[in-house]
Design a protein around this ligand. Structure first.
Ligand code: EPZ
Length: 434
């Protein structure tokens, strides 16, 4: 019998190729900054294509806590910000780092903002110094006490800001604040991710004047106010990558729909290089998984480089390739948390500083494994789909932060997967062997 705690878990019977088609939801990493960006206007904003995720619910709870009226219906969120309370509650910010994205909008709309310092998480320290340095350059005074950051600025003004690293969050936070600041702001070495572009398009649809999003130099000309808008967010490229790599690792044939192939270029290139057949459609990608996976070397980089959010998935894939692969993680300092769990399934992975050296093995075997963060959880799920026998996966609270209906979607592709929300040991008699 399992420990007597009620523990949500997935049971996956592996070893079956995935077949069929699956639809991606809207992008989590576009939804979060855009929902925070809605605070920049006093009018009604309607955002469509919002995925039903735990992180989205946390952001909506945060918006309500700071004074916004929030209505949610069928993937559409309607936000009206009346009297804003420029201080975010600890319990919500502690749950999700992206909560820090409300700092810029609050500061520029209210002239002040207070936020708990968002601690680090499983994948790294994740400081916010670049966000704060940018606000200071725009005229804010920043102070810290009792674990809270306080920013004050009667009126933010434009500034030239050079980001030491092309931080996605800092680019988004500063772009939002600069939209209502007095004068022009230039963000140099800005992040170029599609989600940054989506936020800029959202803000421009509300009357902002942002140029150059998607390049390393963004110019924002501040305006007096933004209007309400209706906006639909982009599809989730990381979710798309997850189903594509799942098809590859099970030697399956899957059509992933509601995708912008351009956003996935480095991922599709590595899928092709590792021996899979990839066919790009207008808003879809079809993949036929290879019978003989070849090793690949991967170096994660800011967009348009290979996304750090996809490296764990490729670690699972490379675990079954015929040779040695090296994955170099350059964005976060602690993003190989999945390695120990994949070793339980028989993978041969050793970590040497920022590199994971993966010796391919003929098969993986089902095991009890624990997800330690969102993308590690997805990597364990796809390894389990390819493994011989039964796997038992806990730590689902991480997976549910970023994947909507993951078990249903895998099941629709023929996977044998079940979600249990009790402490029954459904894998009893579980030996890891079929
Ligand atoms: C965004 O995080 C994504 N999250 C992450 O996705 C993604 O991994 C990351 O960008 C990189 O692509 C959301 O969009 C909500 P960063 P963010 O600021 O904005 C350092 C997922 O799985 N840095 O670009 O927090 C930082 O420590 C999540 O969906 C500073 O040093 O990432 C890191 O090493 C995980 N100072 C690097 O920059 C700062 O002030 C990149 O971080 C800010 C960042």
């Amino acid at each position: 019998m399992l420990r007597s705690v009620n523990m949500k878990h997935l049971v996956i019977w592996g070893g079956r190729p995935l077949e069929g088609k699956v639809q991606c939801d809207g992008a989590k990493n576009a939804a979060l900054p855009i929902l925070a960006g809605a605070l920049l206007t006093g009018d009604i904003t309607t955002v469509s294509g919002v995925p039903n995720l735990a992180d989205v619910q946390t952001m909506l709870a945060l918006l309500s806590a700071i004074g916004a009226d929030v209505e949610e219906y069928n993937g559409q969120v309607r936000i009206k910000t009346n009297k804003l309370v420029p201080s975010a509650p600890y319990d919500l910010v502690r749950k999700m780092r992206a909560s820090f994205l409300v700092m810029g909008p609050l500061l520029v709309r209210c002239g002040k903002a207070s936020m708990p310092l968002p601690g680090g998480c499983a994948i790294g320290q994740r400081p916010v110094d670049l966000h704060l340095k940018g606000f200071e350059a725009m005229g804010a005074t920043i102070s810290m006490d009792n674990g809270y950051i306080h920013a004050r600025a009667p009126r933010l003004h434009g500034a030239e800001i050079y980001l030491d690293v092309p931080s996605v969050g800092a680019t988004e936070n500063l772009m939002g604040a600069a939209s209502l600041a007095y004068g022009d702001t230039i963000i140099e070495n800005a992040a170029q991710e599609p989600e940054v572009v989506d936020l800029a398009n959202f803000l421009n649809s509300a009357g902002a004047q942002i140029k150059g999003a998607g390049t390393s130099r963004i110019r924002i000309t501040g305006v007096r106010e933004l209007a309400g808008t209706n906006y639909t967010i982009i599809p989730d490229r990381i979710e798309a990558a997850t189903y594509l790599v799942a098809a590859a690792i099970t030697a399956g044939k899957v059509l992933v729909e509601n995708v912008i192939p351009l956003h996935l270029k480095p991922v599709l290139a590595k899928l092709h290089e590792s021996g899979n057949t990839v066919i790009e459609g207008y808003k879809s990608v079809e993949i036929q998984g290879g019978q003989r996976l070849t090793p690949v070397n991967i170096k994660t980089l800011p967009y348009p480089g290979f996304p750090t959010d996809v490296q764990a998935l490729f670690a699972s894939l490379c675990s079954l390739s015929q040779g040695t692969s090296v994955i170099s993680e350059t964005i976060f300092e602690n993003r190989f948390g999945y390695a120990e769990e994949l070793r339980r399934m028989g993978a041969s992975i050793r970590i040497e500083g920022p590199n994971a050296i993966i010796e391919g093995v003929p098969t993986l075997t089902g095991a009890r494994v624990q997800a330690g963060d969102l993308r590690a959880g997805a990597a364990l799920c796809i390894a389990a789909l390819a493994a011989q026998g039964i796997s038992y996966i806990t730590g689902l609270e991480h997976i549910e932060r970023g994947y909507a209906r993951l078990p249903d979607k895998f099941r629709s592709l023929g996977a044998r997967i079940s979600l249990f929300d009790d402490d029954m040991d459904h894998a009893s008699g579980f030996t890891g062997r079929g």
